[in-house]
Design a protein around this ligand. Structure first.
Ligand code: C2E
Ligand code: CA
Length: 292
């Protein structure tokens, strides 16, 4: 009898507890979902408003090409320049690419931004007098630019309009971003190659593509990342990666450009390994066209 009573009391207690626990976990889930919905709504709103701000900046032509020279360390001659975007706001402030390029890449607005830059770059090539020389300007592209021929048509018609030769423009594609369809990308890239524009692999050794990008995309130059240049004269294990990239490039008959070179000792080290094409603060920072 005693045992029966104890058992039924425990059962009631347990059921009550179970109901309460169901109730409290229901309330908990409700509030969690509410909080997540609010966060999601705010993020979406923030993204939409950033997207509006960037669209306005495109409309007011606020994206400006800056130029960083690429130099032959043997002769100290400027061979060309990489175009690096800056967002020059109407209030006079200058926003670096790290603050808007990732969003522009994700949202697809990078296409409109690049087109705005291309229009300015072709004018600048004439302004610098580079159309009468062998100098080139490198333009950064992302996988979206080679998903179809929109960018190819835009770039080549801008060049044709100013009667620029293909050697004056070069493209850089980063290894950081994944190209989902290498076959289509190569087909699109062939249009640039047939026109006479070449392709460099940026951030070589840091990202997705590895050397499959080199084999599949028709790359002719590796841009050695600052991450590896920084290992020169140090004990970093990545120093062997630098050696590996250089010897891979040379055995595959690819040109090399070392970027992020800050010290003369790095220039010397690279020259000893036949890497003479240098981009970095050791020579110059990116500059507005007037200064350039
Ligand atoms: P990136 O293509 O790797 O460009 C080189 C970056 O290294 C530039 O940064 C340049 O200012 C910086 N740099 C060059 N030499 C040195 C050096 O000696 N020391 C140090 N500490 N830095 C050096 P920036 O201009 O801030 O650009 C950052 C990234 O934004 C670029 O990296 C590129 O991935 C992206 N970016 C810039 N312009 C464009 C563009 O027009 N389109 C696209 N899609 N991406 C762009
Ligand atoms: Ca680049």
């Amino acid at each position: 009898m005693q045992v029966e009573l104890t058992l039924s009391a425990s059962k009631e207690f347990f059921n009550g507890y179970k109901n309460k626990s169901w109730l409290s976990s229901g309330i908990f889930s409700f509030f969690m979902s509410l909080i997540l919905a609010i966060i999601w709504y705010k993020l979406l709103n923030k993204q939409q408003s950033f997207s509006r701000v960037i669209r306005d900046a495109i409309k007011f032509s606020e994206f400006e090409p800056f130029y960083q020279p690429i130099i032959d360390s043997r002769t100290q001659q400027v061979l060309g320049a990489e175009m690096l975007v800056r967002w020059c706001k109407r209030d006079g402030s200058i926003v670096p690419p790290s603050q808007f390029i990732p969003f522009a890449e994700d949202s697809g607005l990078i296409i409109d931004i690049t087109e705005q830059l291309v229009t300015k770059v072709v004018d600048d090539i004439l302004r610098f007098g580079w159309h009468q020389s062998d100098h080139f300007v490198s333009i950064n592209i992302v996988p979206k630019h080679i998903e179809n021929d929109t960018f190819f048509k835009f770039l080549t018609s801008a060049m044709d309009e100013k009667k620029l030769q293909p050697k004056h423009i070069s493209l850089e594609i980063t290894e950081r971003l994944q190209i989902d369809d290498l076959h289509t990308a190569r087909q699109e890239l062939n249009k640039f190659f047939d026109y006479g524009i070449d392709l460099k692999l940026d951030d070589a050794g840091t990202g997705y593509g590895g050397f499959s990008y080199v084999q599949e995309l028709g790359i002719n130059t590796l841009k050695i990342d600052k991450m590896f240049v920084d290992t020169i004269n140090g004990n970093d294990v990545k120093a062997s990666v630098l050696e590996g990239i250089i010897s891979f490039a040379q055995s595959s008959e690819l040109s090399t450009i070392a970027k992020g070179v800050e010290e003369p000792s790095q220039v010397t080290y690279l020259a000893e390994r036949n890497v003479f094409t240098i981009q970095g603060y050791v020579y110059a920072r990116p500059m507005a066209k007037k200064t350039f």
